[in-house]
Write a protein that binds this ligand. Sequence first.
Ligand SMILES: NC(=O)c1ccc[n+]([C@@H]2O[C@H](COP(=O)([O-])OP(=O)(O)OC[C@H]3O[C@@H](n4cnc5c(N)ncnc54)[C@H](OP(=O)(O)O)[C@@H]3O)[C@@H](O)[C@H]2O)c1
Length: 284
Amino acid sequence: MKSLKVFMLIGDPVEGSLSPVMMNAAFRALKLNHAYVAVRVREKLLGDAIAGARRMGIAGLNVTIPHKIAVMSFLDALDESAALAGAVNTIKNSRGRLVGFNTDGEGALWNLEEKAGRVKGKRVLLLGAGGAARAIAFSLVKAGAELTIANRTVSRAEELASLIEQKLGKKLEVMSTDRAELKRALAGVEILINATSVGMRPRENETLVTAEMMHKNLVVYDIVYKPLRTRLLREAEKAGAVTIDGLGMLVRQGALAFEIWTGKRAPIKVMEAAARGEVGKVVG
Ligand SMILES: NC(=O)c1ccc[n+]([C@@H]2O[C@H](COP(=O)([O-])OP(=O)(O)OC[C@H]3O[C@@H](n4cnc5c(N)ncnc54)[C@H](OP(=O)(O)O)[C@@H]3O)[C@@H](O)[C@H]2O)c1
């Protein structure tokens, strides 16, 4: 049997993460002698943790809040996905060389297109300009969506739009998250994506968009998965819109990390079942 390869999630907190259950199920399904553990790493110890991972020959890592940006300075190279998104969620150890990737954007796009068809030419309103929104915005524009970015801090949406224009040559509209403005914009949009943390536990009763601002042909995708059925998705159901929860993205960003590490096709159904089975227990 080949020697054990160890993979790791680093973040703070990591309690309640679905990734260990999901990744270990995938390793078992492909009979790989691999193990995945979640380790809490304090912000000030991130450099030591990465040096330790190098010394111990950790085969790959996932990176979550609050380390996705800071970790970039400890790596040897960045894949284009991470360089564009300006954040890393996956690291591959290639014979001691640590390379950073970002699978959030492609994971979200994969999930969205599976559920709602190709985004090419579709008008999409993206709420947020933080780490996840940034990765998703690049993937959507690359896939040909007609994107508008709305963010509470409009200057951050403007910064993201100008970065996209610079890197991909596409000019985007930006706006605030003012309710009246959002309502007007939503009338002409086919897909709404929430990539803000609004609606996330413990503030699970909050939403930027309510039912009367939506129309029934809208697809509403909330990447927040704590809880799974967010207030935004409940509002969308009231409006008769199609809803997509955040678990599909979580599974697919993990599946893409699995493929980067192993070079094998991820057993997506096994991963989805493991994550959905665990979700009731830990994030409900
Ligand atoms: N499903 C998945 O696989 C997946 C993957 C990654 C992230 N996520 C989820 O996505 C969410 C965002 O994560 P992130 O890493 O992008 O966080 P982040 O970088 O901290 O960005 C937070 C975003 O939310 C906005 N925001 C926060 N509070 C707000 C409020 N009260 N009103 C309006 N806007 C508000 C921020 O606006 P400002 O710029 O104005 O502060 C910013 O756009 C989290 O809930 C995370 O769990 C899910």
